[in-house]
Design a protein around this ligand. Structure first.
Ligand SMILES: NC(=O)c1ccc[n+]([C@@H]2O[C@H](COP(=O)([O-])OP(=O)(O)OC[C@H]3O[C@@H](n4cnc5c(N)ncnc54)[C@H](O)[C@@H]3O)[C@@H](O)[C@H]2O)c1
Length: 257
């Protein structure tokens, strides 16, 4: 049985690390002794996080849906700290398309970020993990993979896809000592959720309405998701693979009506 382990000596790649959940993951991982390469579209925000975290954090500008960028982020990790032992595929965007007006370009761009990127990062980190005979991947899905709302097309499809991808990789790479899990956050106070609250004519009422459906009666914090990701990424979760952990304050425990 493992001791309560820190992340001392681990080398992690965290996508979408410039803000929100990804930033909280990078902060926690560095605090626990890991070295972290974080990537994001936004160099200004990413560089700020790098400076805040010190010499065990390195920022790389990348679009996670572009294979050459993904390869370059993993190469930066290998050059800076060594082969990655942890991958957190967190970068994501929301979508509110209508199925009849969405274009194939919209679809390809959206799926590129919210689904394909997790495969691309796995493609480039898995060979290193296989060589080491160990590794952990955590994919950030969403409660929309399990239950969704009108108007979230095709976010729910992408996030459900991530859970299938998680299961497949867990089966294919379990024999190499690599664990692959997902988290399914509910409402977490990041820019993504704040923007959707602010889009309502009465944001305070929209937030009250959101909170009324949460058993714990509050919106979650990015640090609370990071703590769950840290658990799944660490040896504390040494016998857990192929699973999805709900971090939603009880939203998905509720039956409608
Ligand atoms: N906030 C929530 O309530 C919530 C709930 C469920 C799931 N999630 C998921 O959690 C993850 C993180 O979301 P968040 O709430 O922290 O949002 P956020 O918008 O604060 O952070 C997402 C980060 O990903 C980056 N990103 C987006 N597209 C990218 C691309 N193509 N290449 C590189 N980086 C890119 C953004 O620049 C941003 O820094 C997402 O996958 C999201 O779907 C969030």
């Amino acid at each position: 049985m493992p001791d309560h382990s820190s992340l001392e000596g681990e080398i992690a790649v965290v996508t979408g690390g410039a803000r929100g959940i990804g930033k909280a993951v990078a902060e926690l991982f560095v605090a626990e002794g890991a070295s972290v390469v974080l990537c994001d579209l936004h160099p200004a925000l990413g560089t700020e996080v790098e400076q805040q975290l010190g010499n065990r954090a390195k920022f790389a500008t990348a679009d996670v849906s572009v294979e050459a960028d993904v390869a370059s982020v993993v190469a930066t990790c290998v050059e800076t700290y060594g082969p990655p032992s942890i991958l957190v595929s967190n970068a994501g965007i929301n979508a509110n398309f209508d199925a009849t007006t969405m274009t194939t370009d919209d679809w390809d761009h959206f799926m590129g970020v919210d689904l394909k990127a997790a495969w691309l990062f796995a493609k480039y980190v898995l060979p290193h993990m296989r060589d080491a005979g160990r590794g952990a991947i955590v994919n950030v899905a969403s409660m929309h993979a399990l239950v969704t709302l009108e108007g979230f097309f095709p976010y729910a499809a992408a996030k459900s896809g991530l859970i299938g991808l998680t299961r497949s990789l867990a089966l294919d790479y379990g024999p190499h000592g690599i664990r692959v899990n997902a988290v399914a956050p509910g409402f977490i106070r990041t820019r993504l959720v704040q923007d959707s609250i602010n889009r309502n004519p009465d944001p305070a009422a929209a937030e009250r309405n959101m909170v009324s459906g949460i058993a714990l009666r509050r919106i979650g914090e990015a640090a609370e998701v990071a703590a769950a990701i840290r658990f799944l990424a660490s040896d504390d979760a040494s016998y857990i693979t192929g699973t999805t952990l709900h971090i939603d304050g009880g939203v998905t425990a509720r039956r409608a009506g």
